[in-house]
Design a protein around this ligand. Sequence first.
Ligand code: SF4
Ligand code: SF4
Length: 387
Amino acid sequence: MAQCTQVKPDLDFVREIQAAGGQSLKTCYQCATCAVVCPISPANNPYPRKEMVWASWGLKDKLMNDVDLWLCHNCGNCAELCPRGARPADVMAAARNMVYKDLTSPSIIGKWMSSIKGLPFLIAIPALIWFFVWAVRSGIKGSWFPRAADGRIVFGEIFYGDYTIDPIFIVTFFGAAYILYRGTMKLLERFRPEGTILMLGNVKPWYMHLWDVLVQEIVTHKKFQDCGTDKADRRLGHMAVFYSFAILAVVTAIVAGGHWIGKVIPAVAVHTPMPLTFPVKILANIGAVALFVGLTLMTMRRLKLDPKFQLSSFYDWYLLGVIWVVAVTGMLAQIFRLMDCVTWAFSVYYLHLVAVWMLFAYLPWSKLGHFVYRVAALTYVRTIGRR
Ligand code: SF4
Ligand code: SF4
């Protein structure tokens, strides 16, 4: 006798995924064109058609535990050829957004991050933290815009590194890293099927696969290349932002290391503000230029998206917006300092600190977290013998 499988659709989940950016999913008639044309989907386990079916039927567990969500690079090729305008790339992105929302705690941040209504709360937290620092320090210094003894504008007069910026960002960075680690472990747990996977032959340990992913895919952004030559600006934009972050991370490490180690070994001390001709400052400005180039390419691409095929969600604009504010305020703070405009310099620097804090503190709930989650997913599929 034929066996009957009962499917229990979660209609609330269908509504949630539609609200998160997958409005068009119900127009899909499951022709599978999307899975055929996806340039990076493997032949033996194609996507995104199956995800369209799960989303449409409200199969929440299936979709939320799906490793393939994280392998999709959101190129939009599938959406351009979908005969029904079901926008499968947006549905994949909406499903990822829903995973961000409940993967890490406190979940209230994920809720705020999911719509523009939460933005004031997200801004208010760092705005209050840095305003408190400014108010306390200005009370000590006797001015909201104090100058150094030699008359220069030195941001450390208010936002003193040792007691304000360093401890606040160290706690923020390690706190976000811990939350991200917990989220990644939870995500990997979701991917694991019931039972045991039997691997035959030479089995590489996971960290060797991780190394391969970093070298073969992340450093080169190879999958973006596989998405087609007509998407070359997308790859270039992502690479420019990726490498600018890497350069700015190196600069931050040198400045922080030089500051703290310099207290013990004065020969390696790095003092801020650095002169424009100082090599570390030159490196920082190269990173800033790369960031502007990458942001411009990514923003232009988003603005040029044809809404018939792909839309941008609040998650997309939130991340781009925060990085733009970081870049513009960082550059303007430097310009106002060099122009000796003390009020503008401190005010813009305050906004810069607010934006940088938002970038790092909310990383596990933002699209920036996808970088880590995607690396975890790519590593996972390699460890189970898939590509
Ligand atoms: S999303 Fe479009 S291309 Fe994919 S199965 Fe549905 S109708 Fe076909
Ligand atoms: S957006 Fe691109 S990578 Fe993602 S499923 Fe569609 S074609 Fe594949």
